[in-house]
Design a protein. Structure first.
Ligand code: FAD
Length: 387
């Protein structure tokens, strides 16, 4: 029997029967459409484009988005259930690639015009177009206020020049929600543009080779006098920084959820292995040092997940959780760092072998404390609010 982390009563604080139904249908989708192919897609470095449409067909892509643009509104725990089940496929890259819309679309949904939502949200939720978010540049990702990609206005177009890098789904994105400099240096000179991949002057690198997240394509994107209609700007000119910071809050929550589920999977694998593997004439769980390692793993995951859920519930109720979501992300990432490391240790040599899910979780985990704001940047955010 797998260790049951959450008692039914606790679970019901956050998840209702409706959430359970959605979770079950996503689990079925993962079991049928993803799990049988995931090893192959990891090796290929991407999953088939059709998966977006299939996921849209069963309602996964639309979770949490307005109905009039093809979504299914619901509280934050529907999205959490979806993220958890996608991570259960055992491929963080698959989950990240299929979910890149969740970092690309919220600024458009929250601050775009009706026309922009129709053009940029609807076709993504139906799985016909792929959306990515492009903030990071080769010169730096943490210091968003110093980004350099320039967008100079010429009548009804911006002429964009510069580069973005490490962009999830960047190789085959049809549109990117892109942070550009339209004004003076610093936070007050940044705008968000939705740039179509067919725009003149837009080009993309080969897939970047990574430590983990192999099933997601990651790209550098180049703009060479790239023409973007002013009608594609989201929100007011030079006020994009605030939209980016707002967007980071849900991205950080999603990364905390991913870290918790990565850790849980690693724990489950380690426990199952420790029960059946024998050394010196008894199962590994017969050794106190292994049992205690498993106990520490279980404790960390349970505590981390409960805190993340609490922060999520508060965010969903409109409370400011900038400090708390940063804490949740750091705690969850520290947890998954420790738990994936220990899971490999418990599996011994098998934990280091390609094709073993624990080996993949260990690699996939490493990005979680870097993406969406590094551990150090999270601490700076927290420090500003408590010191
Ligand atoms: C697989 C992958 C997918 C990604 N997907 C996307 C995406 O879809 N879209 C996107 O825009 N970006 C994406 N990123 C980029 C990611 O968000 C950045 O890598 C991250 O924000 C860190 O930026 P950086 O790599 O430039 O590191 P830097 O900002 O150069 O930081 C380097 C180191 O210095 C530390 N540091 C920086 N400033 C401080 C400070 N003030 N105090 C203390 N320490 C500091 C950092 O914590 C880090 O340890 C992705 C990255 C990866 C690897």
């Amino acid at each position: 029997m797998p260790y049951n982390f959450t008692t039914k009563a606790d679970y019901q604080q956050y998840f209702s029967k409706a959430h359970d139904m959605v979770r079950r249908s996503i689990k079925e989708f993962v079991d049928k459409e993803i799990r049988p192919h995931v090893d192959e897609w990891e090796e290929q470095g991407e999953f088939p484009r059709e998966l977006y449409q299939k996921a849209a067909g069963v309602g996964i892509l639309g979770i949490g988005y307005p109905e009039e643009y093809g979504g299914t509104p619901g509280d934050i725990f529907f999205k959490i259930a979806a993220t958890e089940e996608l991570i259960r496929s055992g491929s963080g890259g698959l989950a990240a690639g299929l979910s890149s819309l969740d970092i690309a679309l919220p600024p458009i949904v929250n601050h775009g015009s009706k026309d922009q939502k129709r053009r940029f949200v609807e076709p993504v939720l139906s799985g016909d177009r792929i959306a990515a978010l492009a903030v990071t540049e080769p010169g730096g990702g943490s210091d968003v206020a110093s980004l350099k990609t320039a967008a100079i206005r010429e009548v009804d177009h911006y002429i964009v020049n510069g580069n973005k890098t490490f962009i999830t789904s960047g190789c085959r994105a049809d549109q990117i929600t892109c942070a550009v400099r339209t004004g003076r240096p610093g936070v007050h000179g940044i705008s968000l543009l939705v740039i179509d991949a067919t725009a003149p002057g837009y080009s993309v690198s080969e897939k970047l080779k990574k430590t983990g997240w192999w099933a997601s394509d990651t790209a550098e994107i180049y703009f060479d006098d790239c023409r973007v209609p002013v009608a594609n700007r989201i929100g007011k000119e030079n006020e994009g920084f605030y939209l980016i910071m707002e967007n980071f809050q849900t991205e950080r929550l999603a990364l905390a959820v991913m870290a918790n589920m990565t850790a849980q999977l690693a724990f489950e694998e380690a426990l199952a292995y420790a029960r059946q593997r024998e050394a010196f004439g008894k199962p590994l769980v017969g050794f106190q040092v292994i049992r205690h390692k498993l106990v520490d793993m279980a404790t960390l995951v349970d505590v981390s997940r409960e805190y993340t859920y609490r922060v999520a519930a508060r965010m969903d109720n409109g409370l400011d959780q900038v400090k708390e979501v940063s804490m949740a992300k750091n705690f969850a990432c520290n947890t998954s760092d420790r738990v994936t490391y220990d899971a490999v240790q418990i599996l011994g040599g098998y934990g280091y072998m390609r094709g073993n899910v624990v080996e993949r979780l260990y690699r996939d985990n490493r990005i979680l404390s870097i993406g969406g704001g590094t551990t150090e940047i999270m601490k700076e955010v927290i420090a500003k609010l408590i010191c």
